[in-house]
Design a protein around this ligand. Structure first.
Ligand code: GAL
Length: 896
């Protein structure tokens, strides 16, 4: 079969071994490396005496479970990362002042050890302000209550608290031997986060705070470099780094500092009711290649794995529970293709250049055309005076050729040879001669994830489970129980005061919910007045955030959603006493901006009732009763132990769509190892728990109908509105339930629903890359791993330059069928392939033989592989669409 071979099982086994090795190592302490020092010069971070070009992968440990960590780290390493980067989440580690939590998803020591034992380095961004779309930017909410405190400025109480926490973390890392000089993985730290964005709002005190924070950090004697991102006035011993979609023009504030990119935004976050952002792989690769082209030396993907905002950790306002971020590893821990694979190729290309990149102090610039340029890394010579032979004589040389034209391709001449550059692309030439990679030429496969079952996956379910499948959806349960959440007061733990208290001052963020309850007296005269004048009284509130629900006499009469918006809500009262209840809700606390701790939540300004006979009633001065939270939350009725405390009754079909209700059911886990998603698309807004684990807020808010692009053109500068999807659909309907939170059967699912929904339609689904496609032509570059560096001169070598098409299913999945295969001139893209005029008859059999039944396979793109040339003189392409299936399924069912 010529060049068609399969490495699938071997590859799969290797990854499993790596994951197991990491797991074994996780308990052993330190000495993951021989102790080494880290410093830097103007060109790069210097690791153990050597300048390095470093690729870093952002993974925030609490956005995954400890069980997921080894696999995420292994996939980062396989994707070409040298470093894992994470923030430290203060409010997770110190939920109550002085009471620390370093367990479970907050077991940062375990996470760092896993990174180290896998041979990767770690960049620890302590902050402790982190932004990160994380509740309150990572600050504990109790910090607001420290007397006299002002955040992130020259303020003694704040500085004391900040120093105490930063010191705690540095000491913990030192005790656990996690710094590089102790044999641990930590090579770099970060203090503060993008303070430069807000510094001017703090005047002189802001400047002093920067100096203090830097000195405080340095004085901790951690022994590795500190970074401040977006901090143009970072002092001498702290490296100021760049964050953004592109950082290739960035210059640090001193010649002694290297060019670091702490956040390359490879996607973006979204809010409830928002569209889903996507950043194309070609543009992302372009930004990274441009960065290394123009002198960069450390680049981190923010995020490489985004994960999930479990619990109430999402920031805001209104950040959704998923933090997928369109990252190379998706929210569920599966590879996002072609992003992951394209970047893997890019990283391999950069690695081939590393010897030249670190040897040269500066790249040399060559203009190649109006919008085309080369940067050459070369040690010995001045390139202008060089001739071709000298170049090829083996002195170390790597070059990047860029075409920054957004529309047109260009053919350029570089050192006597011509190169074709697609628009908005960079070609990488590790030996200044051979192109090994171009950012706009994607050879990696595409994967289409499914969170639904196709028929064959029904095999996962027992007969009993199958009976719950209707119209292709498996409902999680046929029997549900329900209990109503009281409207208003439910405990003795209430108090009454004159006036409106600020929301967070009352809840301390122990719950999203705060009830404000007052009583309004309505006279006969008022009623007569309204009838006569044909007016309705109206509740007005100067300003509120995030969600308000208005109840009169126990009935929900209106809801308002917004971020500091005015409320004008017509109301209807009966004669006599009326109970007016305002339920104020937060949906993620502010995480960005100057003075954001002063933002608070709930209401601002005046609250009044207009339209009364005797004039407006100023409710801001009335007497209000306060009730924090929900009864169900405080009784912990979502836990296995406490759920019986509620008076559950059977839910009947006619009672489903009620407001303010709790629902519970038990369900069995789907078999297999695929990630599990809960489809809450039939519900309104609320929170969900599985076996007592809070899987997050949910909200079926729909994205605007318009503003999504039919075609996503990678060319030209990216912004987060550029390639959005999901218009007119709920922003999020699937919620990740980590496998480690599930047991085989009788899993308790508890839901609190505010607005009404149908629990009978809640379903559970498995997520996997069900459809995979590849499209590689004879003009593609050969696989990166085939290149090697020659030992005795600086050239790079390759034996066989045949391009290859690679296909790979998720772990423990195999290629079950080939839906399309054509070697020739196939048209279209994944799921829409069709044969062109030229088609090799052997296409299907060659691909089937190489791939069927295997986890991964690869096929050479050459006439030899397909038996003969199907159309002489024409550039041929191989396009394949295949289906993956869990390998635990019956192999007899492979042919779908
Ligand atoms: C940056 C910030 C990150 C994150 C990002 C947006 O400005 O440093 O923490 O919030 O924006 O995802």
């Amino acid at each position: 079969m010529g060049g068609s071979r399969s490495r699938g099982l071997v590859e799969c086994a290797l990854i499993s071994v790596l994951v197991m090795a990491i797991e074994v190592a996780q308990t052993s302490s330190a000495n993951m490396f021989k102790p080494f020092n880290v410093s830097y010069d103007h060109r790069a971070i210097i690791v153990d005496g050597k300048r390095r070009m470093l690729i870093s992968a952002g993974i925030h440990y609490p956005r995954a479970t400890p069980k997921m960590w080894p696999d995420l780290i292994a996939k980062s390493k396989e994707g070409g990362a040298d470093v894992i980067q994470t923030y430290v989440f203060w409010n997770g580690h110190e939920p109550v002042r002085g009471q620390y939590n370093f367990a479970g998803r907050y077991d940062i020591v375990k996470f760092v050890k896993l990174v180290g034992s896998s041979g990767l380095y770690l960049h620890l961004r302590i902050g402790p302000y982190v932004c990160a779309e994380w509740n309150f930017g990572g600050f504990p909410v109790w910090l607001r209550d420290v007397p006299g405190i002002e955040f992130r400025t020259e303020n003694v109480p704040f500085k004391e608290e900040m120093q105490r926490f930063v010191k705690k973390i540095v000491e913990l890392m030192r005790e656990e031997m996690l710094f590089s000089w102790q044999g641990g993985p930590i090579i770099m730290l970060q203090i503060e986060n993008e303070y430069g964005d807000v510094e001017s709002s703090y005047g002189q005190r802001g400047k002093e705070y920067v100096k203090w924070a830097s000195q405080m950090a340095l004085d901790l004697g951690a022994g590795v470099p500190w970074v401040m991102c977006k901090q143009p006035d970072a002092p001498d011993n702290i490296i100021n780094a760049c964050n953004g979609f592109y950082c290739d023009g960035f210059k640090p504030n001193s010649y002694n500092k290297p060019v670091l990119w702490t956040e390359n935004w490879d996607g973006w976050y979204t809010t409830w009711g928002g569209r889903l952002p996507h950043r194309p792989a070609e543009d992302l690769a372009f930004s990274v290649a441009r960065f290394f082209q123009r002198g960069g030396s450390f680049q981190n993907y923010y995020m490489y794995f985004g994960g999930t905002n479990f619990n109430r950790t999402s920031g805001g306002p209104f950040d959704i529970t998923s933090y997928d971020y369109d990252a190379p590893i998706d929210e569920y821990g599966l590879l996002s293709e072609p992003k992951w694979g394209h970047l893997k190729d890019l990283h391999a290309a950069i690695k081939l250049c590393e010897p030249a990149l670190v040897a040269a102090d500066l790249p040399q610039y060559m203009k190649l055309g109006p919008k085309q340029e080369a940067h050459v890394y070369h040690v010995d010579f001045d390139i202008e005076g060089l001739n071709l032979t000298q170049y090829r004589s083996g002195s170390r040389c790597s070059a990047f050729l860029a075409n920054i034209d957004e529309r047109k391709a260009a053919t350029v001449t570089f050192l006597g040879q011509t190169y074709y550059l697609p628009p908005w692309s960079v070609s990488i030439l590790p030996d200044c001669r051979n192109t090994v990679f171009n950012t706009a030429k994607v050879g990696a496969q595409t994967s289409v994830k499914m969170v639904d079952f196709d028929l064959p996956l029904f095999a996962h379910f027992s007969a009993q489970k199958q009976s719950m499948i209707h119209n292709g959806v498996s409902y999680i349960s046929k029997s549900w129980m329900t209990v109503k959440e009281p409207i208003g007061v439910w405990s003795e733990n209430i108090f009454t005061v004159q006036g409106i208290l600020e929301h967070l001052n009352v809840t301390k963020d122990h719950s999203d919910y705060l009830w404000y309850i007052t009583r309004i007296y309505v006279s006969d005269d008022d009623i007569a007045f309204w009838e006569e004048k044909e007016v309705r009284p109206t509740l007005t509130i100067d300003s509120m955030r995030d969600v308000l629900r208005v109840f009169i006499n126990g009935k929900l009469i209106g809801s308002v959603i917004g971020h500091w918006v005015k409320v004008v809500q017509p109301v209807q009262f009966v004669k006599g006493h009326n109970d007016l209840l305002l339920l104020s809700q937060t949906v993620g606390l502010q995480n960005y901006g100057a003075f954001f701790e002063k933002d608070g939540a709930g209401f601002r300004g005046q609250i009044k009732l207009t339209g009364f006979r005797n004039g407006d009633i100023d409710l801001s001065k009335s007497s209000w009763t306060y009730q924090v939270g929900l009864q169900g939350e405080f009784l912990n009725i979502y836990t296995m132990e406490e759920n019986d405390k509620a008076g559950w009754s059977d839910l009947t079909l006619d009672a489903i769509s009620t407001t303010f209700s709790w629902y519970k059911t038990y369900f069995n886990s789907p078999d297999g190892t695929e990630p599990v998603a809960l489809d809450l698309g039939s519900m309104g807004k609320g929170q969900a728990w599985v076996n007592g684990h809070h899987i997050g807020r949910y909200w079926t808010l729909v994205a605007p109908k318009d503003g999504c692009q039919r075609i996503c053109d990678y060319r030209g500068p990216y912004n987060s509105d550029k390639c959005t999807t999901n218009c007119g659909k709920p922003t999020q309907s699937w919620y990740h339930i980590p496998r480690s939170w599930l047991q085989a059967s009788d899993n308790l699912l508890v839901i609190f629903e505010e607005t009404g929904g149908n629990p009978f339609d809640i379903s559970i689904k498995l997520r996997s890359a069900h459809i995979i496609c590849g499209q590689v032509s004879e003009s593609h570059y050969p696989p990166l791993w085939k290149w090697s560096q020659s030992d005795f001169n600086a050239s790079i070598l390759i034996n066989d330059t045949t391009p290859e098409l690679h296909l790979r299913c998720d772990d423990e999945h195999v290629i079950a069928s080939i839906k399309f295969a054509s070697y020739g001139t196939p048209q279209g893209s994944c799921q829409k392939f069709s044969k062109g005029n030229c088609h090799a008859p052997s296409s299907f059999s060659v691909v089937s033989e190489a791939c069927l039944g295997r986890n991964s396979c690869y096929i050479g793109i050459s006439n030899t592989v397909f038996g003969s040339d199907p159309c002489w003189g024409i550039v041929k392409t191989l396009a394949v669409e295949a289906r993956c299936m869990s390998s635990s399924n019956n192999v007899g069912a492979l042919q779908l």
